[in-house]
Structures are given as C-alpha cells and as structure tokens.
Design a protein around this ligand. Structure first.
Ligand code: 5AD
Ligand code: SF4
Length: 430
C-alpha cells in the first residue's frame, strides 16, 4: 500500500519538474512515507529522523517531509516534536505537494492533512520505484470503514472509495505493454470494491474478470480480502482464469470467537472456516495466507489456544504475525485495556510463529515432485547462476539459470525446500 502511494507521490512531483535521486546525499528534499498501523513502525520513523540530522548538518538547505498515515495521525504535533521536519502531507493531499514545496521557507513549516471522500488518484500514472520491470502494484481503492477495534487505518486513510475500473484496466494494459507480467490489485478490503456509473455497476469479481482479460500472459493477484466479504462468486471467477493467481490472503486476526467479537471483525471462527472450505472447494490448489495479532485486550490463554487451533486447522502457507500494540484514537484505545503483559504477548507470538514455521515447512514438503509454472522475477541473491520466481501460489522457487531470463515463464519441478523457499529444476518454458 505504501509503495503504491510513494509511486503516486513520485509521479505528482516528476510532473512538476522534480526528479528522483538515487543517492540521498544528492537530495534537496527527503520525503518519508509512513505507516501508523503498529507502534514500532512509528518508532522506526522517529529513529530515521534522528539519523537524518547528520545529513542536514552537511546540507543545511535539505527539507524533510513526512507523508502518509503518521502525518495524518499526528498532524502538526509531529512538526512540533520533530524540529527537522518542514512539511507533513496526509494520504489524500499528495496533489498539493508541488505547491507546498514551492512555498516552504526557512521558518515556515506546512501541513496538509485533509482527508477526502473522493480522491483515488485515478488519473495519475504512478512511476515505478525499484522495479524489476515484471511485477507491479495497482491501487484500486482507498480508505477503510470497517473499524476493527485495534486498527488506526480508518482514521488515517479515511472513508472507503473505489477507483474507476476503466482507469485500472488502462493501467494494467499499459504495464503489460511495457513488459510487466504480473499486477497485484490493492485495497484494504478488495471484496467491497464497487464502482457505480449511470447504467452499470462493477464489483470486485467483475473487475478481476476485466483485468484478467487484458492478456492470458498477465498474472493478476489481489490483497487484502476481509473474511466477512469473501464471496463464492469471486472464487468462481478465480477458478475460471488460469492467470488469476491461486493465492488468497485472508487475515484471521484471532481464532477465538470472543476476541473476534471484541475486535469488531464481524465473523465467527465457524464463518471463517466455512470460507476456507469454500476456497478449498473451488480452488483446490490455492495457497492461503493470513495476518494474526497476539495479545489483544483481555486475551486469555484459552483465546490464545483457539488461535493456535485455527492455525492447525487451516494450515496457512504464510502468516504475518504481530504482537498487539495499542494505537491512539482506535475503539480499543477509547474503551479497552491493553492488559496482556508484554512478556505474555511475546510468548504467545512465539508459539504462533513456531507452529506456523512447522506447518509452512510441511506444506512446502508436499510440493516436492510437483511441476509449477513460474514467472521469473530475477537473479537469486545467493548465486548469479540461479534465478528465482514465484508460482501461482506466490511461493518463491529458485532454480538453475540455464538460458532463461526474468520476465519469462518456466515450468519448474520442485526437488527440495525450506520453510520459506522451494528449490527446483526447469522442465520446460513458454
Ligand atoms: N497491533 C498489532 N497489529 C495490528 N494490525 C493492525 N493494527 C494492529 C495493532 N494495533 C495488523 C493486523 C492487520 C495488519 C495489516 O496489521 O493483523 O491485518
Ligand atoms: Fe484495519 Fe480492519 Fe480496515 Fe483492515 S479491515 S484496514 S484491519 S479497520
């Protein structure tokens, strides 16, 4: 999400005559895009700001700006607390950046943090940073209004709004023409994507169909799905198109019914497991990944065991696992107690990580002997002689280079694995 936003910011500034530099020592402006979801993300930004003081000692004219969710959350307070920050810009105000930069002076700091109900940056063609030229993100909607009790996103990114599907398809076509072979459609809750025009309504399954039809050689992924809204219709569309990747990120957050209720997730463990069954039914080869939070307010050992049980039942291929951190302004901050001691949160998180590690390894071991179509993304970090890519399930596969190159599809048989990577040999290519 943040990379996609930075790509929009880059496009806004380049259009106005600015250029991006590779080396921070050449920069006149340093823009830091921030996340406010977890406390440690914000602490990292504070640390980075301290480090940047050295740069500003040498290049006194350098101006530092904070973009994104932390700017939105703290607004002017951030500039008061961090003296070396000259401007802050919330996620819906990036179009104002060029004008702001032209007005910033030694002693005048600026802030733009108005949220919008309509801004989707639909007309802006993002520039691609650090790109491999093969995979790219496309933002299809902004904001969220699910108000999960722990989550700051509805307060920092505003109301949910969807982007015109024609602009999404045009962006996908453009990327394909430039040689890209995979797009990931991004939104906080893609299943509630909805675009209404005079005589037409496009929901997420229709949008997926439109993007999948750009070319059979263009892979399409998406994230994130809220379990309460994952429909059979979407799973049927996924089954219909080979180029829609068979991988679903379905954040569970907790396996305990009581916790899910307190979190305001609006599903029960039974409902969640029913969605998992539906995925397995329509898409037997699909991988499933998740997010989970350890130690949310009032979580007991029994609640925690329910989460471990959920992990054993679903057998996720990958999980992003977090320790709960209380975020200001959220429902939890206003009405609940952060009462699970930190050492208990840590221990519970470690137990989840341990179980998930075993399951991921076992899942990968089951892939040995299978042949997957892999989109080659680049040269392996370990060896110049090896390439890496991903299969439809989003698993990384490493194999000998031969005379293949990034951007091609190859059929690869898995011969070995770790819990994070599959290792294989090429048996053919397109
Ligand atoms: N504490 C810990 N994890 C959180 N997440 C969101 N808010 C918090 C919080 N306050 C996690 C959720 C979400 C992911 C993006 O971040 O698991 O799905
Ligand atoms: Fe946050 Fe919940 Fe919205 Fe996800 S769905 S961004 S966790 S409020």
């Amino acid at each position: 999400m943040n990379l996609a936003d930075s790509e929009i910011v880059g496009a806004v500034l380049i259009k106005d005559g600015y250029s991006i530099c590779r080396d921070i020592n050449d920069a006149d402006y340093v823009l830091i895009n921030t996340c406010a979801i977890r406390e440690n993300a914000e602490q990292r930004i504070r640390k980075r700001l301290r480090e940047l003081k050295a740069l500003q000692k040498q290049r006194q004219w350098v101006k530092i700006g904070i973009l994104g969710c932390m700017a939105e959350r703290l607004q002017r307070q951030l500039m008061e607390e961090e003296e070396n920050v000259s401007f802050i810009v919330g996620p819906d105000a990036y179009r104002k950046l060029p004008e702001m930069l032209s007005h910033i002076t030694e002693d005048e700091k600026m802030a733009e943090t108005m949220l919008s109900d309509i801004e989707t940056y639909a007309d802006i063609e993002p520039i691609r940073y650090d790109t491999n030229g093969i995979t790219a993100y496309i933002s299809i909607m902004r904001g969220c209004q699910n108000y999960c009790a722990y989550c700051v996103v509805p307060y920092t990114r505003g109301r949910e709004r969807s982007r015109d599907p024609q602009t999404i398809v045009a962006e996908a076509k453009n990327l394909f023409d430039k040689g890209y072979r995979e797009v990931t459609l991004l939104g906080q809750n893609v299943n509630s994507y909805r675009w209404r025009s005079d005589n037409n309504e496009v929901g997420f399954p229709e949008l997926m169909t439109m993007v999948a039809e750009v070319s059979p050689l263009l892979r399409v992924r998406f994230a994130t799905s809220h379990p309460k809204d994952l429909s059979d219709e979407l799973l049927q569309v996924m089954a219909r198109y080979d180029n829609i990747c068979k991988c679903i990120h379905l954040p569970v957050q907790s396996g305990s019914e009581r916790m899910l209720k307190l979190m305001n997730r609006r599903y029960t463990p039974e409902w969640y497991l029913n969605r998992i069954e539906a995925i397995r039914h329509y898409l037997p080869t699909c991988s499933i990944t998740t997010d989970v939070i350890a130690g949310f307010c009032s979580e007991t050992e029994e609640d925690h065991r329910a989460t471990l049980e959920m992990f054993r039942k679903v057998r996720y291929d990958y999980a992003y696992m977090f320790k709960f951190s209380m975020r200001p302004n959220t429902f939890a901050a206003k009405h609940m107690q952060d009462d699970v001691p930190d050492d208990v949160k840590t221990r519970r998180l470690e137990e989840i990580i341990a179980i998930q590690g075993e399951i991921a390894l076992e899942n990968n071991q089951k892939e040995i002997g299978k042949v997957f179509e892999v989109l080659i993304e680049g040269i392996s970090h370990r060896s110049e002689q090896q390439l890496f890519g991903r299969n439809s399930q989003n698993k990384v596969i490493v194999f000998e280079r031969g005379n293949l190159h990034p951007g091609q599809y190859a059929n690869v048989r898995v011969t070995r694995c770790t819990s994070a990577t599959l290792i294989g040999e090429v048996v053919g290519n397109k």
